[in-house]
Write a protein that binds this ligand. Structure first.
Ligand code: FES
Ligand SMILES: [Fe+2]
Length: 392
């Protein structure tokens, strides 16, 4: 199979979207409370990493001992306060800060330690109850550079979050969240949408770059709540008398000029996709976002972090947001709504696609992310010396 043939069968390869995720970004790695006294193994973008905590500091190292490959995550911090982790096999002891071996506990203090006795270190930060790790091939940028504003500003937004594991390639999940207009169809009978008119379907969509250069905004316009199809009849097929409520919440596309989100806060889009794999779905009020942050684990496992962000509005607002989440959003959205996607996405067979009108957002996002993903500074630029002209 030649390259063009291969590309025809793999649209991601054609667009250059990498199978193990977009490198050189911060990603959420673990909820802080899950890292106790014992080291913890995590896998991110195909890399095995051990996280450990010592003296209130967190370290992240490659989870493979340089000696004979044991998992450092099975080891222990034998010298609390030293910021070190000892391998469970022969006691090579690594400094968390540098990744260097500083002692070989079964060989004695006089054992030679070559410079090569080290493992990779990862930039790591604890912020908002999560541990964040920078995965890439360059010096880390500040964490705040990669966080959407609603996560970066805890004094303006409070956050309730959880995560789900998907048995699928991260790219399928990212496409699912790129506003491909499946919602009125897939989720039409979810608790959130069951009693409302089917969110205008047959909409057209458009995308525009965000002002901050980090992503694109999606817009849907026009659309109908029912339509006649030749030879079939009407969609939805049955008279669904129970759809009596007004369309609200996620079922309303926002007015691009008059929505409070635009007027009060300058938020131009209800639905945005940002690098590396973040999809923000808000409300016309501008006071709530569900921020869905995709963490690729390996070729067939992906974690979806689901950050619910509420604009702070006093103590009572805080309590009512929590109540709203406990009584409603936690199960109606974070669980059931997400599971409707999961049920489909985990069983998509990747391969050739026949794209159509509603896929504009998906292709726009693939294209934007590949054209704008952060690149490490070139280390070995290849210089082609011009050939000297030869006289004939
Ligand atoms: S494998 Fe880690 S010390 Fe031997
Ligand atoms: Fe969905």
């Amino acid at each position: 199979m030649d390259m063009s043939e291969n590309h025809r069968h793999d649209p991601y390869a054609f667009m250059g979207v990498p199978q193990l995720g977009i490198r050189n970004y911060w990603y959420p790695a673990l909820a802080s409370w899950r890292l106790g006294r014992r080291p913890k193994a995590v896998k991110m973008l195909g890399e095995d990493i051990v996280l450990f905590r010592d003296d209130k500091k967190i370290y992240a190292l490659q989870d493979r001992c340089a000696h004979r490959g044991a998992k450092l995550s099975r080891g222990k911090c034998l010298y609390p306060g030293s910021g070190t982790l000892s391998c469970p096999y022969h006691g090579w002891t690594y400094k968390g800060e540098t990744g260097k071996v500083i002692a070989k506990l079964v060989e004695g203090p006089d054992a030679p330690i070559p410079d090569k006795a080290r493992v990779k270190t990862y930039p790591v930060r604890e912020f908002r109850g999560a541990i964040w790790v920078f995965i890439g091939d360059m010096a880390a940028v500040p964490l705040e550079d990669d966080l959407p504003e609603c996560i970066a500003k805890p004094d303006e937004w409070h956050m309730i979050w959880n995560w789900r594991t998907y048995k699928c390639d991260w790219r399928l999940l990212s496409d699912n969240l790129s506003h491909d207009q499946h919602a009125p169809f897939v989720h039409r009978n979810s608790p959130e949408m069951l009693l409302k008119p089917i969110f205008p379907h047959a909409t057209r969509n458009a995308t525009e770059p965000l002002d901050n250069g980090k992503g694109i905004g999606h817009r849907a316009y026009d659309g109908v709540t029912s339509a006649e199809y030749p030879d079939l009849g009407r969609f939805p097929p049955k008279q669904e008398w129970y759809r009596l409520l007004k369309a609200t919440g996620r079922a309303v596309e926002m007015d691009p000029v008059n929505a409070p989100a635009v007027k009060k806060y300058g938020i131009r889009f209800r639905h945005m996709s940002m690098l590396p794999a973040i999809h923000l779905i808000g409300r016309p009020s501008g006071d709530f976002f569900t921020c869905r942050w995709i963490l690729p684990i390996d070729q067939s496992t992906t974690i979806l972090y689901n950050f619910n962000l509420f604009r702070r509005r006093g103590k009572l607002g805080f309590i009512s947001d929590w109540m709203d989440w406990i009584i409603w959003k936690s199960w109606a959205h974070d669980w059931l709504f997400s599971d409707q996607d999961k049920w489909i996405v985990e069983h998509v067979t990747p391969g050739p696609e026949l794209l159509s009108r509603t896929d504009i957002s998906v292709t726009a996002w693939r294209r934007f992310s590949m054209a704008n993903a952060r690149q490490p500074p070139a280390t070995n630029p290849v210089v082609f010396a011009p050939r000297a002209a030869t006289a004939k």
